[in-house]
Each structure stands twice: as C-alpha cells, then as structure tokens.
Design a protein around this ligand. Structure first.
Ligand SMILES: [Zn+2]
Length: 131
C-alpha cells in the first residue's frame, strides 16, 4: 500500500487511503489556493460584468429612475463592454434586454440604448410562489 501525501501540505496522510487531505484546514487551504490559481479568467470576466453593472447603476442613480435613454458612446467611454452580459431577455420580438445582474440595457438604435434597472424581481417572486 502506497502512502499518499496531503495535497495541501504534502505530508503523508495517515488512516484511510481515500483521504486527500490531513484535515479540514488543509482542505480549505487547498481549495482557496485552487480558486486563486484557476480563476484569473473567471475573475476577469466577473470584474467586467461588475463594472458594466456599476456603470449602469451610476448612470441611473442620480436620476432616481428605473430607465434612462443614454448614448452608447457614453457607455463606451466609461469602459462598458457590450459583449459581457449575464442574461439576454426578450419579452417579445422587438424588445431585447441585455442584463448585467440587476442592471441592463435595451438597444434603441445605433446611437442610443435604454439603460434599465431590472424590475422583474423574478428571483424573489419565484421564492414567494414557492409557498
Ligand atoms: Zn495537510
């Protein structure tokens, strides 16, 4: 029987041979490390999505509105990346919404989009209907 080493600290593991770590703290260390190690791309995409969301939020916030017509160029200037969305929502054939979490936009024409705060509240309504 070969001794297995802990994936985190590389010390031999005593006891059951199906174990990968000596204890929970080693497992946590390993998982945390793996998250940092494997996710630069994921983190990068998340950051883009969060920035997109923030840009829309910042634009809407001063007006205290749920919707706001805005020039595409204004979004681009702030670093908005139109390719990155969390959701594509089209309630009918004409309307296409592109969401970054709870904020999104709807293209109006080549120059303008409609920035929107998501008011569908689908998650909470779904939870409510579960009762
Ligand atoms: Zn260990």
């Amino acid at each position: 029987m070969t001794d297995k080493n802990c994936l985190a600290c590389d010390r031999p593991i005593k006891g059951r041979t199906d174990k990968k770590f000596c204890d929970d703290s080693c497992r946590n260390n390993y998982n945390n490390h793996m998250n940092c190690y494997t996710s630069p791309l994921v983190r990068n995409v998340n950051n883009i999505l969060k920035r997109n969301r923030k840009i829309l939020e910042d634009l809407l916030a001063p007006y205290d509105k749920k919707v706001l017509v805005i020039e595409r160029q204004k979004l681009v200037e702030r670093g908005f990346q139109f390719d990155y969305i969390t959701e594509h929502y089209h309630p009918d054939k004409k309307e296409h919404y592109y969401y970054c979490y709870d904020y999104g936009y709807r293209p109006i024409d080549q120059e303008k989009v409609l920035a929107v705060k998501d008011t569908r509240k689908k998650h909470s309504s779904r939870e409510r209907s579960r009762r």
